[in-house]
Design a binder for this molecule. Structure first.
Ligand code: ZN
Length: 292
């Protein structure tokens, strides 16, 4: 298993925690979107946030997160499902800012003002949506704020993405800690302090620590049980069939125009950059299907 997320619960103290290694997932996103170092860290943190949020879902449910700030990066959109499949993109993947004290300037790239929107498809008639103002524009601070104010669950979040000299991803991962209902904030206060005392998650992962060992460290001195673990990966659910249906939805006139002018249609998936080419035969097949 390359990247995975592990869950642990401290039943007596009333808390659960997810720890995820997302290094390969974030590297896949970097390669697909050809992101600059700043954009890689921002998108990688957002994808890791989506993975952590996917731990709270049930089978078949999905979560989407959108960071929309005033910075040069444009919006960041990420999604994940209960099976740990995540995908996402950033508006301007080539925007790169100088480091600030050796750290990527994610907050500057996202921008100081803006919104974080979280949409959950919980398989109910209506989508569940929550919106908060960006408080730190660094992804993890915004996610923690969302969970505390919109979901009203005090939460500890730490997310990290560390790059190699050549801009590839060295380590990426995250931790999410939440209390069980009735949400006693005291345990989260203690665990937040614990997280602050610990080395950053990317340092732990870089030192060869696995998510389960990181959870053991988070819950040092607290009785806890390591539960399920599942793989997480960058995976888009786009397909040639779906893209063809999208093309067909443009209508007969539009497709005839493409056929007469370009002779082919090339459609690029925003989320994964997969390119689908529909040649003359394909376009004629679509038109023939419409005539039926
Ligand atoms: Zn795709």
């Amino acid at each position: 298993m390359r990247d995975y997320m592990h869950l642990a619960i401290a039943e007596k103290d009333g808390a659960r925690s997810y720890a995820a290694a997302t290094t390969h997932l974030v590297e896949e996103a970097r390669l697909r979107h050809n992101t600059s170092p700043t954009a890689t860290v921002a998108l990688g943190r957002a994808l890791t946030a989506a993975v952590l949020m996917s731990g709270l879902l049930k089978v078949g449910q999905r979560v989407a997160l959108k960071w929309e700030g005033t910075g040069p990066l444009g919006k960041i959109i990420v999604e994940a499902d209960a099976k740990g499949r995540a995908r996402g993109y950033v508006g301007n993947p080539d925007v790169d800012l100088p480091l600030i004290q050796g750290e990527p300037d994610v907050a500057g790239a996202i921008g100081g003002a803006g919104l974080l929107t979280v949409v959950r498809d919980l398989l109910l008639p209506e989508l569940a949506q929550g919106v908060v103002h960006l408080v730190s524009s660094d992804i993890s601070g915004d996610l923690a704020y969302f969970l505390e104010t919109s979901d009203q669950v005090p939460s500890a979040v730490e997310i990290g993405v560390k790059l190699n000299e050549d801009g590839s991803v060295a380590e990426a991962g995250g931790i999410l800690i939440q209390p069980f209902p009735p949400y006693d904030p005291a345990i989260i206060g203690r665990l937040k302090e614990r997280l602050q005392e610990m080395p950053p998650i990317v340092t732990l992962l870089g030192g060869g620590q696995k998510p389960e060992a990181i959870l053991d460290e988070v819950f040092t001195g607290i009785q806890h049980t390591l539960l399920s673990k599942y793989p997480v990966r960058f995976e888009c659910n786009c397909s040639r069939e779906q893209t063809m249906a999208l093309l067909a939805s443009l209508g007969r006139d539009e497709i005839e125009e493409i056929l007469n002018n370009e002779g082919q249609a090339i459609i690029n998936c925003q989320f994964c950059h997969e390119e689908y080419t529909f040649d003359r035969d394909d376009l004629e097949t679509i038109l023939a299907a419409m005539a039926e």
